[in-house]
Design a protein around this ligand. Structure first.
Ligand code: CP
Ligand code: NVA
Length: 337
């Protein structure tokens, strides 16, 4: 079936969090992304946003998300306009509401990456055009679409896949994976120290979604229990953007949760996949990585270089898939098609 002709209709809808989408809608976006990826690889033009203008708002730095939106816009025939943290007000000297209305008068869609999830909700409330969440402190939903496309490419399906997230269990990526996995019927396990467990509110949303999809949800600090039989081991940085004063505390808490070969062996699955949203501290090739080495003697943080470079690792497919999935979100929610 051609996903573009599916009965799912997301036209005009913002994409802020996976909790707002059904299992069918999430699967539709992943299938549409696969279709757009195939078109791109075959050199088939797909300018579904011809002549449109897209605003890309970034309060925080980004490589993948910014580039994915930019390339996706150009492939779709739209013009991307990047606005960084010193370019527009973000509520400082003009309210978020007024900014949203102004941008909505000029642009056909708005991407926002920043701190406050409330801010992206306010933008969406007033812009009158689709708003897409490129990461907030609470959620990173476009990331999870790319993760699921990567899993589907390797395993063939999502239902029942044993996905284990190990590390900071209450960050934006963990929250989105837990809810996204619950939506599509996975066996999702979040493994972290108790003090970094996801909030009760997030777990409740995931449990409600799991009741509809027959997903399984487990939150545990026990590594052996979490990784047993895993199809996918996923981790993220121990310190997210905006919490850079927390390295010492997180290293102390999370070192036992580092993804290493021993953890992959514990899964009992010789084909276990390793995923990471990136960027990652897996070697000493970064300034921060070297500072951490000098202070704490660690040559890697959340994942060893051995795992990162191994045949288990699909992190660069995953990074590429950010572009195809973001393209799908823009096409599906576009009001003018
Ligand atoms: N994974 C991800 O969002 O990467 P960037 O921070 O580079 O956009
Ligand atoms: N949790 C990370 C994800 C980066 C893509 C952060 O917010 O910094």
């Amino acid at each position: 079936m051609n996903a573009i002709q599916s009965k799912v209709d997301l036209r005009g809808k913002s994409f802020l969090a996976l909790k707002d989408f059904t299992e069918e809608e999430i699967n539709y976006l992943i299938d549409l992304a696969a279709e757009l990826k195939a078109k791109k690889k075959a050199g088939i033009p797909h300018k579904y946003l011809e002549g449109q203008n897209i605003a890309l708002l970034f309060e925080k730095p980004s490589t993948r998300t910014r580039c994915a939106f930019t390339v996706a816009c150009v492939d779709l025939g739209a013009h991307p306009e990047y606005l960084g943290k010193n370019d527009i007000q973000f509520g400082k000297k003009e309210s978020v509401r007024d900014t949203a209305i102004v941008l909505g008068r000029m642009f056909d869609g708005i991407e926002f990456r920043g701190f406050s999830h409330k801010l992206v909700e306010e933008l969406a409330q007033h812009a009158g055009v689709p708003v897409w969440n490129g990461l907030t402190d609470l959620f990173h939903p476009t990331q999870v679409l790319a993760d699921f496309l990567t899993i589907k490419e390797q395993i063939g399906h999502l239902k029942g896949v044993k996905l284990v997230y190990v590390g900071d269990g209450r960050n934006n990526v963990a929250n989105s994976l837990l809810i996204g996995g619950a939506k599509v019927g996975m066996d999702v396990r979040v493994c972290s120290p108790k003090s970094l467990f996801p909030s009760e509110e997030i777990v409740q949303i995931a449990q409600d979604a799991a009741a509809l999809s027959n997903a399984k949800i487990k939150i545990t600090d026990n590594i052996d229990e979490a990784v047993d039989g895993a199809d996918v081991i996923y981790t993220d940085v121990w310190v997210s953007m905006g919490e850079e004063d927390k390295f010492e505390e997180r290293i102390r808490l999370l070192l036992p949760y580092q993804v290493n070969m021993e953890m992959l062996y514990k899964t009992g699955n010789e084909n276990v996949m390793f995923l990471h949203c990136l960027p990652s501290f897996h070697d000493l090739e970064t300034t921060v990585g070297r500072e951490i080495y000098e202070k704490f003697g660690l040559t890697a943080m959340e994942v060893t270089d051995e795992v990162f470079q191994s045949k288990h690792s699909f992190v660069f497919d995953e990074a590429e898939n950010r572009m195809h999935t973001i393209k799908a979100v823009m096409v599906a929610t576009n009001s003018n098609k």
